[in-house]
Unconditional design. Structure first.
Length: 618
């Protein structure tokens, strides 16, 4: 087998797998939140790479499969679904039809709108849709996808050979039901990915498949299988009977120098940033088809110059942009609908080390929607807090993935920018002890910083930024010199550790037995992000409403201004002697550096990945 850094020349008997994943409805090279083109994203540019790769194989007498590995529905406004908009034709399925996809796997975000809506969308799919580890609770209920599929393809270079039988399976994290419990709980169950992949691969082999491909909507994780693990790419790749794996979910780019696989594995980033390509060299003899060699690689749609500037490598595909033109135009029109005004800029450039006024606005809107519902109730007598976490914070999604809304009139694209997920509003009653653990879990997003350190990175890249909950209505400090209390999986790894200092409400220390009403999103209450203390808190029923609708009504003045909007920003870092930490943000943040305390940041210029590096004095 060749390694992923070696080139496999197209020769006799090549099956080329082309893969996309985590498109998040970025079908065109366009940022609907900023209402401007964005050359760093878009299936429309990946489509040009697809055409080139197909032509290459066609000339060599090989055959091609085009596959998607899930999370295509939720994300950019062009693909979002609301009760006011027709689902037919859905732009994602239009795109898959134009590009002639051969099979589609499902990801957790594809279930964000519920099973009924998903079924309506998948009815338009131009090819098999697969999920091998989800089953219906109700006996006899049919789900809108197959468990596996088998495709037969001729390999022209192997004249006289029978068709190559290719089995495809697909798995997604078992946590999917937890993350969208309000839509899925009691309707479906999701089995362990590694077990399901092994069972599906064995079944496909028994059905005579020559090659088995796993669409594994999961990140790398650990080598050893742990039951119910969220990121299981390594043990899935090691599973007997599977010949090639397409990963996803965590938005990484594989292959890379950090990971080694004995089988071909690709994970083509997110938002249409890359095309994954696996070449399987096959031969046919008396014993049937045989896999001789392989190569795995990524093809990016753009690159960066030394100064961080983007350089497009391919143009958008004209046929796809033409087909999606009506959807593109109607999305822009919908996103331009005026809703209100902001007298301050709303951006997330400093969300991990300074005030995020967009986050503050969202939290105030949540509180304003719930506060009237609690009047005259026992819960209404409790201090009301509002939990909010950033949705756009750079990281693996790149330096363009930040909220950036200027002072002035606001429209629907700005509202969508402030809360990019279709979460619903929830309310819990939590004790002071649970609130403290909640904040400790959130503070795990930061690395430990030693006093006197000058080159430590601030944010732990292995932690998800959307799990950094800020609890508005409290005041507290975060001490980075302490280790995190919880692991990213929610395990209490340092029970005696504590990063949260001086936790107060209205200037008074929070007592462990004190009770709070906390407005929060449905993802977190369902256990999303492994915040077990939130899941364990007492849940208070609320009328179903999406958080984005609440923000829209608040900005439009249909909800009263909430007292939380007048309180000081909840948190800051505790002082560390002679310590600095490196933080990374968008180059666009330069225009807002004067919002930070004088002397707190030192501008260190651009990184090769296009981020602005700042050194923070702690």
């Amino acid at each position: 087998m060749t390694g992923p850094d070696q080139s496999l020349p197209l020769g006799k008997g090549v099956l080329r797998l082309l893969a996309t994943t985590d498109l998040h409805s970025n079908l065109l090279s366009y940022d609907y939140y900023a209402d401007r083109p964005d050359p760093s994203i878009g299936l429309s540019r990946v489509a040009s790479l697809i055409a080139e790769a197909r032509q290459e194989v066609r000339e060599a007498g090989g055959t091609v499969l085009l596959l998607d590995n899930g999370d295509g529905l939720q994300g950019a406004p062009i693909g979002e679904i609301s009760s006011d908009d027709p689902i037919v034709p859905h732009p994602l399925m239009q795109a898959f039809n134009v590009l002639q996809y051969d099979a589609i796997g499902l990801g957790n975000h594809d279930f964000n709108f519920g099973l009924e809506t998903l079924e309506q969308v998948l009815e338009q799919a131009p090819c098999p849709v697969i999920c091998s580890n989800m089953t219906a609770v109700e006996e006899g209920r049919e789900l809108p996808f197959a468990r596996t599929t088998i495709l037969e393809r001729e390999v022209p270079a192997c004249a006289g050979a029978p068709p190559l039988r290719i089995g495809i399976l697909s798995v997604l994290p078992p946590q999917t039901v937890t993350w969208d419990a309000h839509l899925l709980e009691g309707q479906v169950v999701v089995a362990d990915m590694v077990q399901a992949a092994a069972a599906a691969a064995s079944a496909l082999r028994r059905e005579g498949c020559d090659i088995v491909i796993a669409l594994a909507h999961t990140g790398v994780g650990g080598l050893e299988r742990v039951p119910g693990m969220e990121n299981a790419l390594l043990p899935i790749a090691a599973t007997a009977g599977i010949d090639a794996v397409i990963g996803g979910h965590t938005h990484k780019t594989l292959p890379d120098p950090e990971h080694s696989f004995t089988k071909p594995v690709v994970m083509p980033g997110a938002h249409g940033s890359h095309l994954g390509q696996i070449d399987l060299q096959v031969s046919h003899g008396p014993e049937g088809w045989r896999l001789e060699n392989w190569d795995a690689r990524l093809k990016p749609i753009c690159s960066r110059a030394e100064n961080g500037d983007l350089m497009s490598l391919v143009e958008e595909d004209a046929e796809l942009t033409r087909a999606l033109g009506p959807a593109h135009d109607s999305t822009r029109e919908r996103m331009r609908q005026p809703v209100g005004f902001s007298d301050v800029p709303l951006h997330s450039f400093f969300t991990f080390f300074g005030p995020d006024l967009g986050l503050e606005l969202a939290a105030a809107a949540q509180a304003a929607a719930v506060r009237p519902l609690l009047e005259g109730t026992e819960v209404g007598k409790l201090p009301l807090l509002s939990a909010a976490a950033p949705g756009k914070f750079g990281g693996r999604s790149g330096p363009g993935h930040y909220t950036d809304i200027g002072r002035g009139d606001l429209c629907m694209r700005n509202v969508a920018d402030l809360h990019i997920f279709p979460n619903e509003l929830r309310l819990v009653v939590a004790t002071g002890a649970q609130v403290l653990d909640w904040l400790e879990m959130s503070a795990g997003v930061f690395k430990q910083v030693r006093p006197g350190s000058t080159e430590q990175e601030l944010v732990d890249p292995s932690r998800a930024g959307h799990n950094f909950d800020v609890l508005f209505g409290l005041q507290y400090e975060i001490d980075l010199s302490a280790p995190p209390r919880f692991s990213s999986s929610g395990v209490r790894i340092n029970p005696a550790a504590g990063r949260i200092r001086r936790l107060r409400v209205h200037g008074r220390p929070v007592a462990p037995a004190q009770r709070f009403a906390v407005v929060v999103n449905s993802y977190r209450v369902s256990g999303g992000g492994n915040f077990q203390m939130v899941k364990d808190a007492e849940s208070i029923p609320l009328p179903p409403v999406r958080i984005r609708d609440v923000i829209r009504d608040y900005v439009a003045g249909r909800l009263p201004e909430d007292p939380l909007a007048q309180e000081e920003y909840p948190w800051r870092f505790a002082e560390l002697n002679n310590a600095e930490a490196a933080a990374y943000t968008s180059p666009e943040a330069v225009q807002y550096l004067d919002e930070l305390p004088e002397g707190q940041v030192r501008n260190c210029g651009m990184t090769p990945k296009g981020f602005l590096k700042l050194m923070l004095a702690l």
